[in-house]
Design a binder for this molecule. Structure first.
Ligand code: AMP
Ligand code: MG
Length: 401
């Protein structure tokens, strides 16, 4: 029977269907110290030049280059320029000024000779090599006052936070965090402080999914897990839809007759697609529950992580016009055959190693989608595209974890 929604779609189609259903994010102004992983909602502009003045990148002596071209050169030390000084000495030909890293360049000096290449003899310094102009950090060479230092949609890394401070930027306009509910489903699930009896497992997916949401700059709330029961699940979804911007469930989306997330969505939700041609992780569902976007992820632990990165992360980044910052790739040569399926995108867990200057990928751990250790201890995931066959020697993109 054909379904009234796209069924068993390619991964590309799954991503494009969900990105066609965006939700809009408000913005807020926050201090840079609270900005890690947040997405900036407007271009960020420098308020100062960097450097603000010509200065030395080495401890040594500031000199006039033309004085040093026929070493050894003996120059009289006539002053000092320490970092932070506002007393700028000037230099006359035939002399040298002691300078520290970050010290302003004396007027008239154009080169630095590092201390390691000098012999100090009383009031004189003897240089054994010509000075180097490239040890002078020129005013504005990194960025200038008024320059765009990074653009709307950028994700704040520790390095960008330092860059803001260096540029005199104390606050940023960022997108407000989405409030996302994470709901695990399954009769077999127990909390970490529960005693497990036969047949039960610790509920683990919600912890990793919460962390994934946080590295995408949003706020995740782990809702107590829900048993496999239509009434209980419906209540949980109604409550989450009323209180959150988005719902992520795990478990209960496959073909079984106790897969109640899928069953409820079919009966009462608004499905935009169900099932995706990817391995692992073919069961996901996407749609709306009471107008709130809902991603139903598979319960298998590896699948829940892979589907988040392959689909949910793409949707989140599209909401803020970001590059998919959490997807860093390297190319690697497959060191062994990797099982693929025609038309499917295949994410196998691999470790990377170098040999003869080439990066290779080999399978890491047992590849079952229930083996969370396999993904947790791997370097990355193969992104074998639908037309790749995964043969040994093939070059493959690896999504780094
Ligand atoms: P399901 O998608 O509900 O059919 O579950 C598939 C497999 O994933 C089963 O072995 C479940 O026990 C396991 N599973 C489901 N939810 C979780 C969870 N939240 N944490 C860990 N494992 C889970
Ligand atoms: Mg289940």
């Amino acid at each position: 029977m054909t379904k009234p929604y796209p069924y068993f779609v390619s991964l590309d189609d799954a991503v494009s269907i969900c990105t066609q259903h965006p939700i809009s994010l408000d913005t807020e102004t926050i201090p840079i110290s609270a900005a890690l992983n947040r997405v900036v909602a407007s271009n960020v502009v420098a308020k100062v030049n960097d450097p603000g003045f010509d200065n030395s990148s080495m401890d040594g002596f500031a000199v006039v280059y033309s004085d040093t071209i026929e070493p050894p050169t003996k120059l009289k030390i006539t002053g000092v320029s320490n970092a932070g000084t506002n007393q700028l000495p000037s230099i006359k030909p035939g002399s040298a000024i002691r300078i520290m890293t970050g010290g302003p360049m004396p007027a008239g000096a154009d080169s630095i000779i590092p201390i390691e290449l000098c012999t100090v003899d009383g009031d004189f310094v003897i240089l054994s090599e010509p000075a180097k102009p490239n040890y002078v950090r020129k005013k504005g060479e990194n960025f200038s006052n008024g320059e765009n230092i990074f653009s709307k949609g950028s994700v704040m890394s520790p390095e960008k936070i330092s860059l803001c401070a260096a540029a005199g930027v104390a606050e940023l306009v960022v997108y407000k965090k989405l409030k996302i509910a994470v709901i695990s489903t399954g009769d077999e699930l127990k909390n970490l402080d529960d005693e497990l009896r036969f047949g039960q497992i610790y509920e683990s997916n919600s912890y990793g999914l919460k962390s994934l949401i946080e590295i995408y700059g949003h706020e995740a709330t782990r809702i107590p897990y829900v048993i496999d029961d239509v009434e209980v699940l419906r209540n949980a979804l109604n409550k989450a839809a009323a209180e959150f911007d988005c719902i992520i469930t795990s478990g209960g989306v496959s073909m079984g007759d106790r897969d109640f997330v899928r069953i409820l969505m079919e009966q009462e939700g608004d499905i935009k697609f169900w099932r995706v041609k990817m391995r692992p992780g073919s069961p996901p569902i996407f749609g709306f529950w009471n107008d709130t976007p809902i991603f139903g992820l598979p319960g298998n632990p590896v699948s829940s992580h892979v589907v988040f990165r392959a689909i949910v992360g793409k949707w989140l980044t599209s909401l803020t016009d970001s590059l998919d910052y959490n997807s860093k790739f390297v190319n690697a040569v497959l060191a062994e055959d990797i099982k693929t399926q025609p038309d499917f995108t295949t994410y196998r867990r691999v470790e990377l190693f170098d040999e003869g200057g080439i990066t290779y990928a080999r399978l890491q751990g047992h590849q079952g989608s229930g083996n969370i250790a396999g993904i947790a201890l791997s370097d990355g995931l193969t992104v074998l595209l639908p037309d790749q066959n995964g043969r040994k020697g093939e070059v493959c993109r690896i999504l780094l974890l």
